[in-house]
Design a protein. Sequence first.
Length: 81
Amino acid sequence: MKQILEDFKTAESFIYGASVRDTDGTPVGHNKSINEFVKNHSDVFGKTEELPEIKENDANMLLGEISTYRKEINSWINKHE
């Protein structure tokens, strides 16, 4: 169960980074910023592949689901320790 919680943290980090707009008070996703930077400096960078971007509503939905699962797992762990 504890490994699942760690996996959720990794997923949350990816979603925060890939989110294209603010997600519940977090900064605009890093991936969008990097994609824009590379586009604006295409003369410096060779052929690149865009990083994934997730729409704000989708990111918020996914983060909410992960939060719910984390709470349930933490509750289960606390009951069985």
